[in-house]
Design a protein around this ligand. Structure first.
Ligand code: SF4
Length: 352
């Protein structure tokens, strides 16, 4: 049976130094054995080829960790292996996460020559004091230079930011939005700072902004940023949304490659949950998969497509009686602006 297209996520688990807020799967190691790591990634690619055949690949995303630490020849070999084992669509989106302070223009150009066509930059803040508080390895100037480089190369550029730090005021967020507008990037992700367990920040006594201030900041972003929101934390000029994430949020299959990567595989009408480095591969029920799709889809402004599997696990009566937070548009259901502020509560009630 012909297998359907799968997106590919590759996890690069190394960083120069751990940031103080980070709970991602990564370790501080600026000079890992890249050749050995790259070979393992390529052997995973081959083993997926053996299971799935020559599938179509619409998007590839190198996340981390700090993928920009990777030598460009290792990146090129991985892209070559994907090309050899699968069919990369001619207009495939190939993203690489990049940290200021780990890349210069030559290296960025080499990533792009090898196939990357979207650079996602971890800026986090334009304020050096805040960058220090977060434990980032770069300055605001480094971040600006990295954005500049990517824009000069002419690929699609995205930048990540964190807001809601101790002492953050609405004016700070508005200023950040105006700076983003001035730079002219077409995609950005703005995440609220969450204090994760066992991180250095969790051991500090922090005076965090209260919920009302956080909600005001969230509203201020939508008002002052020149790009519409398309997911709870993501904003893009029309047509510049991250296709990889959109596909996954919409429920498309994806392969997670490398330790720390998660995937959802679809083989012969059965869904499997999977972790990279062959650490997990097991079937999941259609209803569990539908719940996952509802949870990710409702976070997007276009919402979840109400197919039969989604209808079976969704409390549509709850949705109909809460039009202040949920709306139906054609065959989809999505959260309103006020719904976006309380998504976790909504999801809990929406799943039957
Ligand atoms: S660079 Fe990213 S993955 Fe690495 S420690 Fe910092 S936040 Fe975590």
């Amino acid at each position: 049976m012909a297998q359907i297209a799968h997106n590919i996520y590759i996890h690069v688990p190394f960083c120069v130094k751990r940031c103080k807020y980070c709970a991602f799967f990564s370790r501080a190691c600026a000079n890992p054995d890249w050749d050995t790591w790259g070979e393992r990634i390529i052997s995973e690619i081959k083993s997926w080829h053996a299971r799935l055949g020559n599938i179509v690949v619409p998007t590839i995303f190198f996340g981390g960790g700090t993928p920009s630490l990777m030598p460009t020849d290792v990146f090129a070999k991985i892209i070559g292996a994907i090309n050899k084992n699968f069919y990369i669509e001619s207009n495939a989106e190939i993203s690489i996460e990049t940290n200021p302070g780990t890349i210069d223009k030559i290296k960025m150009t080499q990533f792009c020559d090898a196939g990357a066509n979207r650079i996602s930059i971890g800026v986090q803040s334009f304020d050096d004091k805040k960058l220090q508080f977060l434990g980032r390895i770069h300055s605001a100037n480094d971040a600006m230079r990295t954005i500049d480089m990517a824009m000069q190369i002419g690929v699609r550029v995205s930048a990540d930011f964190i807001y809601g730090l101790p002492g953050d005021k609405i004016q700070d967020i508005i200023h950040m939005c105006k700076t983003i507008n001035k730079i002219g990037i077409t995609h950005c992700s703005l995440y609220e700072l969450t204090i994760e367990e066992n991180t250095p920040l969790s051991k500090m006594k922090l005076d965090m902004p209260d919920n009302n201030t956080m909600a005001e900041m969230y509203m201020a972003i939508q008002k002052h940023l020149n790009m519409p929101r398309y997911e709870v934390s993501n904003y893009a000029v029309d047509g510049h949304e991250c296709q990889h994430n959109m596909n996954i949020w919409d429920g498309a299959p994806y392969i997670g490659i490398g330790r720390g990567a998660a995937g959802r595989i679809f083989i012969n009408n059965t869904w499997y949950e999977q972790m990279g480095d062959e650490t997990l591969f097991q079937p999941i029920s259609d209803s569990d998969r539908a719940i996952e799709r509802l949870i990710t889809g409702i976070r997007t402004t276009r919402g979840v497509f109400l197919d039969n599997a989604i209808k079976q696990i969704t409390d549509l009566e709850f949705a109909k009686s809460h039009s202040d937070v949920l709306m139906f548009s054609g065959e989809r259901i999505h959260a309103t602006d006020s719904g976006m502020l309380i998504l976790d509560d909504i999801i809990e009630k929406l799943v039957k």
